[in-house]
Write a new protein. Structure first.
Length: 587
């Protein structure tokens, strides 16, 4: 093989291989922080939200809900979730000074007597003098339906809920003003029983594994364990937890690490499966495959854009290799979630966003292999990035591996109906994405390219056929599941209507195309309108408080969905408009 050919192959696949190598580096465990084995402590399994997870997951989910980020600035450096929750549990005075609460609403800032500035982050200590007023306004807002609340009422209620979560976490292992080590030394104190009950009620998770003679689900929090200790049944993990907390608070890394190692060993003996699961989930959290996939997809898009300006023979294949690397990372993350949950890939809105993007990327890879024009790479990378951005924002609502709702607790139907209908979503969105690429190219390309246009039209037509098949099969399977669950095949629920609309719209597109009612522009405009229908079926009924499939109203979702629909309407107009607009007389 000629040297030039070797260079081309190396340049083509090297970016993707480098991206995968960078991902593999994230699997290496970090070293101690300030000498403390924080990863070891974060790997301890806890029972929270009805499932076993590492303490690291509790910290990450809580920090995302409270701050919207997974880092906290403190003393000139960034704390990761594990160090933050250790401060919260055992150094509450230090944690209370850290700016973890973000407040953007001007009226909430006014309630606190704070002027609106560029700084919107506040510590718990800064909020403490205003908690009474915040709680009063939040209780008033709680009595209203979500759709009836004003912007201020929604914002103050959201802030109060984050404050409550913070307070519960701060009192999860010990009361903020009563260290656990002291509680063990004063078990017979007349006031200790009241403190133990307060601690047991406040703790949002249970950290002490069930004893051999107890129920497998009998995990204990510190308050419950202290009550048992006062009655003469001391859990062997309670003194170790107290020693770890005291060592961390006093700045003793050696003592902390020794206690954590013993606590992990005890948990491993009591519940080895729980410890192994927690370690696996901790690794998944550390790698963050969906965030890395998002970065790789963006890089693939940038390289592809560069190929339209310089050396397409090298950069276009390089972009494809990056897309393939992103798909591998995306697939690994999806497979990891399946193994950790023991469930099919789609169980909630978050996982549906992950899966929709994954299926769209695989379809795009296939299209690119068929046509080799760069269009498949572009729409696949854009779809993968967009879906993972949506998933990132959905992750701020809490645990993304939450326990299943009872009506959905069926692995068979989750693996058939839900997966099939979600693949239909992916196909419809991908067809819309190709149509958007057609529209942008139509108005931005320096000169018409009939061959490229024909490729885009063929791709859209083929993907619409694919989407119709999966949408139809998925809708029928959903009806069978409904018949088994609710005793009726069809009930005109908004979610059922949304699924039917996707099927009908894809069928209308094909019939109009076959009948000659629409041609090139009409097909593309209809494909873009499919994005609107699918978004309403996917999010409109899931998050806007309508029907049996509603999971709760969200202001952010409403405005984001409205903005998306408006953007698609503008793109439809551009798709149907003439190629170039002229201002003034033609020259």
């Amino acid at each position: 093989m000629k040297p030039a050919r070797w260079f081309a192959l190396l340049f083509t696949w090297l970016p993707g291989l480098l991206a995968l190598a960078a991902v593999l580096l994230t699997t290496l465990p970090p070293g101690p922080t300030r000498g403390f084995d924080m990863q070891g402590f974060a790997a301890i399994p806890v029972l929270e939200g009805g499932r076993i997870k590492p303490l690291d997951s509790v910290a990450r989910n809580a920090l995302l809900m409270i701050r919207g980020k997974q880092t906290v600035p403190s003393q000139g450096r960034q704390l990761d979730p594990d160090e933050w929750i250790l401060d919260l549990l055992f150094r509450p005075a230090t944690a209370d000074a850290q700016p973890v609460f973000v407040i953007n609403d001007p009226d909430v800032l006014g309630l606190m007597g704070v002027r609106q500035t560029a700084n919107r982050y506040f510590s718990f200590a800064a909020l403490r003098p205003h908690l009474g007023a915040i709680q009063q306004q939040a209780e008033a807002a709680r009595g209203l339906e979500a759709v009836q609340r004003s912007r201020f009422q929604s914002a103050v209620l959201n802030l109060f809920e984050r404050v409550v979560l913070y307070d519960h976490l701060e009192n999860a292992a010990q009361l903020a003003d009563a260290p656990l080590f002291m509680e063990l030394q004063t078990l017979r104190d007349p006031q200790s029983a009241a403190r133990h009950r307060e601690l047991a009620e406040a703790a949002p998770f249970r950290m002490l594994a069930p004893l051999p003679d107890g129920s497998p689900d009998a995990w204990q929090n510190s308050g419950e364990a202290l009550d048992a200790a006062a009655a003469g049944r001391l859990h062997p993990g309670l003194p170790l937890l107290a020693e770890a907390g005291a060592a961390y608070a006093s700045g003793d890394p050696a003592g902390f690490n020794a206690s954590v190692a013993q606590l992990r060993g005890l948990t491993g003996n009591l519940r080895p499966g729980a410890l192994e699961h927690a370690r696996d989930e901790l690794l998944f959290n550390r790698v963050q495959p969906f965030y890395l996939g998002m970065v790789i997809y963006v890089t693939a898009l940038l390289v592809l854009f560069g190929s339209w300006l310089f050396r397409p023979d090298l950069l276009q294949p390089a972009a494809f290799s990056l897309l393939a690397a992103g798909a591998l990372v995306h697939t690994a993350g999806l497979a990891s979630r399946i193994l950790l949950q023991g469930r099919p890939p789609v169980t909630n809105l978050y996982s549906s966003a992950i899966f929709v993007g994954w299926a769209a990327v695989l379809l795009g890879l296939g299209l690119e292999r068929m046509y080799r024009r760069g269009f498949g790479t572009a729409v696949a990378a854009a779809a993968g990035f967009a879906s993972l951005i949506i998933a990132h924002h959905l992750a701020m609502e809490g645990d993304t591996m939450e326990m299943m709702r009872a009506v959905l607790d069926s692995n068979f139907w989750l693996a058939t109906h839900v997966v099939t209908i979600t693949v239909g979503y992916s196909g419809t969105f991908l067809a819309g994405a190709i149509a958007i690429a057609y529209t942008l190219r139509k108005h931005l390309a320096p000169a018409p390219d009939p061959a490229a246009t024909a490729v885009l039209v063929d791709m859209t037509y083929g993907v619409v056929c694919f989407a119709l098949l999966f949408s139809f099969v998925g809708t029928v399977l959903g009806g069978i599941w409904a018949d088994q669950s609710w005793g009726r095949f069809w009930g005109w629920d908004p979610k059922e209507n949304g699924a039917l609309l996707i099927v009908l719209w894809n069928a209308i597109i094909l019939h109009c195309r076959w009948g000659g009612y629409i041609r090139e522009k009409g097909l593309m405009a209809c494909a873009i309108f499919g994005n609107i229908i699918t978004s309403l079926s996917w999010f409109g009924v899931n998050m806007l408080g309508v029907g049996l499939h509603s999971y709760g109203f969200m202001d952010q979702a409403f405005w984001a969905l409205s903005a998306f629909i408006a953007s698609q309407a503008v793109l439809i107009v551009l798709c149907l408009a003439p190629r170039r607009f002229r201002v003034g007389p033609a020259v």
